[in-house]
Design a protein around this ligand. Structure first.
Ligand SMILES: O=C(O)C(=O)C[C@]1(C(=O)O)C=C[C@@H](O)C=C1
Length: 288
């Protein structure tokens, strides 16, 4: 049976994504993204599921940086699910003022306007996940609240005080499914939206038109890019790598052609994964 790890504890959005994607396996929640990816690296689990990018708040840099700098793993699938944030309170809550509101930094950012307008005096406290925030509210009582999903409310016996508090309706998060050595993945029968390939490109030094030339290698081959992001190499100011999502599966002609062309420019290209992209709706018991 495949061992699947995810950003836990119970009631996180990552766990919701795992439930939507897998129907068999043994599941284990980790306290942080690094703890989950380290467990994949050590072989304690076969597969890890971690958040990658949110439609409102952008990339989850901790995931990207850990995949690039700390571990050597492949993305073998991605899953995009809707994100609905709710304000969760203790079951005994009866109108008390909140001293603190807890949640993951991405969840707080997704509800920034709502919090600013409705709870300007509450201290915002960052937690490693929304599930962790819900756990804290269950143990701390009525003077605090959490931002999280309906599963976190259910799992921790909390009430939903206000539903759908995210600032923009079109809120989705992409989750990466990673493995140390790519193996066959047994997932539920979801249609594949697209096949994607993610590569990392590093430039030798800053030279005129460098990024333009990198992009040209994809453009003249008519390879569509769905995302490009630069992140610091962590070797000094001004040194970046580029993470590029290409909207097609890896093949033995176009990608090696791009790689050779980039190497001629002094760049390096590393394949991070070629994988199916799933989009799954998770019905919410709380109306929009
Ligand atoms: O805290 C959780 O529940 C997570 O699964 C993490 C995470 C994230 O990192 O973006 C996932 C989805 C939401 O965007 C908010 C938080």
């Amino acid at each position: 049976m495949q061992r699947i790890g995810y950003l836990g504890p119970k009631g996180t959005f990552t766990k919701m994504a795992v439930d939507a994607l897998f129907d068999q396996g043994s599941f284990v929640g980790f306290d942080s993204i690094p703890a989950c990816l380290d467990a994949v690296e050590r072989g304690d689990i076969d597969t890890g599921v971690v958040p990658l990018e949110n439609a409102i708040e952008g990339s989850v840099h901790l995931t990207i940086d850990y995949l690039i700098h700390q571990v050597n793993q492949s993305i073998i699938a991605e899953l995009t699910v809707p994100i609905r944030q709710h304000l969760l309170v203790h079951p005994d809550y009866n109108g008390e003022e909140f001293t603190h509101i807890y949640s993951h930094s991405h969840a707080i950012a997704q509800c920034h306007q709502y919090l600013y307008k409705n709870y300007p005096n509450a201290e915002l406290e960052y937690t490693a996940s929304t599930g962790k925030a819900a756990e804290i509210v269950a143990s701390e009582g009525v003077a605090v609240a959490a931002i999280g999903n309906h599963l976190a409310a259910e799992e921790n016996g909390l009430k939903i005080l206000t539903s759908n508090i995210h600032d923009y309706d079109n809120n989705h998060t992409r989750f990466a499914v990673v493995q140390k050595t790519p193996q066959k993945l047994n997932v539920k029968d979801h249609p594949v939206a697209t096949q994607k390939t993610t590569v990392m490109v590093t430039l030798p030094k800053d030279f005129v038109g460098a990024l333009h030339q990198v992009l040209a290698a994809f453009a003249w081959r008519k390879m569509n890019l769905s995302k490009i992001e630069s992140r610091p190499m962590k070797t000094g100011l001004g040194n970046y790598f580029f993470l590029i999502d290409v909207d097609q599966p890896y093949d033995e002609v176009l990608f090696p052609g791009v790689k050779a062309e980039l190497e001629a420019l002094g760049c390096k290209m590393k394949l991070l994964g070629t994988y199916p992209s799933y989009q799954v709706d998770i019905p919410s018991p709380v109306c929009q």
